[in-house]
Design a protein around this ligand. Structure first.
Ligand code: C5P
Length: 223
């Protein structure tokens, strides 16, 4: 491929999007948050009470979903059928259901197809769970991110609090992260796993700047 693809995969809430955004900004690449797509689909399924066990209902619902990114500012602003849902998809009802929805074969097929189209000709940084393994196995640069689960929960808890969520406890966040990791790594359809050629990045004890510097060095090897 002529365009450069940086794939960032890893566990829930370990700073993938923070690194991906900073990296995209620094490199002048487009940032694509694949998790936001699964979250927006989940929001649609919740609102329309789509029965996940009904294959026809799932396929039909997918035909009625149109997702769009407005990522010029490297944020994950996403619209669901024209409606801005970036805030709502980060809240607990979506977080609690997204891994079940993302395990669905038809949902994945549809999302992967759209993601591959977005990375066809432009330089991109995409983060998710299967980017380096399934979506862009030929990505030139791959990272696999991880961090101590307690630290991850603390970071996500603070983020929810700063957004005014006063009902979700630290324990809720910790359980949600652990549960999503479990579902994401054990599902049948492209489970979360490190691509053989992915560089491991454990950010438990390093700063955002250090991660960015490290990532830039890795990308430079491919210029
Ligand atoms: O990245 P984020 O935590 O927002 O993703 C939410 C959920 O979407 C993940 O827990 C996972 O179940 C699903 N996901 C996925 N494949 C991706 C990105 C996200 O299955 N490429």
């Amino acid at each position: 491929r002529k365009n450069l693809v940086v794939a960032i995969d890893g566990y829930s809430s370990c700073g993938k999007s923070t690194l991906a955004k900073a990296l995209a900004k620094k490199l002048g690449f487009i940032y694509i948050d694949s998790g936001a797509m699964y979250r927006a689909v989940t929001l649609y399924f919740i609102r329309n009470q789509v029965d996940m066990t009904d294959t026809e209902a799932v396929k039909d619902a997918l035909q009625h979903i149109e997702l769009n990114f407005h990522s010029r500012d490297y944020q994950s602003h996403i619209t669901l059928n024209g409606e801005e849902v970036s805030e709502e998809i980060r809240q607990m009802p979506v977080s609690e259901n997204v891994s079940e929805v993302a395990a669905n074969k038809f949902v994945r097929k549809d999302m992967v197809k759209q993601q591959q189209r977005m990375g066809k000709s432009k330089n991109i940084v995409m983060d998710g769970r299967d980017i380096g393994t399934t979506v862009f196995p030929d990505a030139q640069v791959k990272f696999f991110m991880t961090a101590d689960p307690k630290i991850r929960a603390e970071r996500r808890f603070k983020e929810l609090q700063s957004k005014g969520d006063t009902t979700t406890t630290m324990e809720d966040v910790f359980e949600n992260i652990a549960h999503r990791d479990f579902l994401d790594t054990t599902r049948a359809e492209s489970p979360l796993t490190r691509a053989e050629d992915a560089v491991i990045l454990d950010n438990t004890e390093i700063t955002e700047q250090e991660q960015l510097d490290f990532a830039i060095e890795q990308v430079k090897l491919h210029f």
